[in-house]
Design a protein. Sequence first.
Length: 180
Amino acid sequence: MGLDMYLYVKQDKTATLDEAVAKDRLWWEGAELNGETHRFENDVMEPGLIGVAYWRKANAIHGWFDEKVGGIEDCEYYEISQEDLADLLDTCHQVRESIELIEGEIVNGYDGHGNPIIEQGTYIKDTSVCIDLLPVTQGFFFGSYEYDQWYAQDIDDSIMQLTKALEEHTDPTFIYYASW
């Protein structure tokens, strides 16, 4: 359970979003797990969507998408422009440049009674840029709401994945999908 977030590129640039999603669902219905590669494959057709990024409980990134499209619904698909993704990448760079991690106690979840589990880790010394540009977003099983090493890792992962997606795809139609 929790927030899983996916960024796709539409395979057929002439297909509508609904057509690409429908084709992708058909691909998955015919897909089989290859025992050697441990990947799902479908010899009959191509998928409608190609995965280019994945996040798990990176709620600040999800919050950015939610604000950009005017509200994300669970298990729905949303087109995101290349320019918007470049803007997110730039925002991630600005946030990352502001992050100074310092040693200290951090909250790493909660016990069965709602008490925080405290452990040694690193947290962000000055969170003002994070809060201003990419604030944490609360939601059902959205992960940590702390500005710590895990928030910084989400930013680093986003920079890596978005850079690769933007470099490898020319004139793409990006699709964002989240489930929680």
